[in-house]
Design a protein around this ligand. Sequence first.
Ligand SMILES: [Zn+2]
Length: 238
Amino acid sequence: MKIGAGVLAFILSIGLFPESEITETPSQDVAVTAEESTADTVNTEQNRAAELAAKEAEKKAAEEAEREAAEAAEAERKAQEEAAVREAERKAQEEAAAKEAERKAQEEAAAKEAERKAQEEAAAKEAERKAQEEATSAEQFQINQPSPGEVAQERSVQPVMNAGGGGGDASNFDTYNNVEQQQTSEAYVLNTNPSSMKIHYPGCRYVPKISPENYATSNETLSTLESRGYSRCGVCMK
Ligand SMILES: [Zn+2]
């Protein structure tokens, strides 16, 4: 408190002055002059003090303003910091929400994929079931059809009727009617009876009449068969 000390010195100087006035005043004029002089001095001192006080007040006001400004700046800084913290928190929440949304989308995609696979598997099982059903009905159909073995048995039974025959085509024509002999995937049907040695197309009307023991099929060429002693049927190969 530099100024405070100055003010105290000023007050003391004022207090001391009247004492010297009382002891040293020789006349009224001198007293008046001294009084005036004292008043001037007091005025000057008072002015100086007021000036100092004003300066001090000004300085204090400036200091106060500076302090307030600093406080305001600090408050603003803190507010900005807090705002930044809130913004960071908001962004973190946004990111978490985005991740959660992405996770859910992936979960949904996985669920859809699983559903699609389950449907595919169900469709595959259904297809397999149908295939088995068809296989079963085909098997039943085959059971109802005569097997090749059964057909062969029929053939072996029939020649008994031919027991007394000469074995030639002429007798065969009246004896046999094995139409299944026309069912061959090979190109030609042969009558291997040495008295016949004919080449037929499987569809020839004479093919069912061939005796089973003389029946053969062939994929060889006509010229090869002819070189082996066969001749073309006069009905189907005319
Ligand atoms: Zn023929």
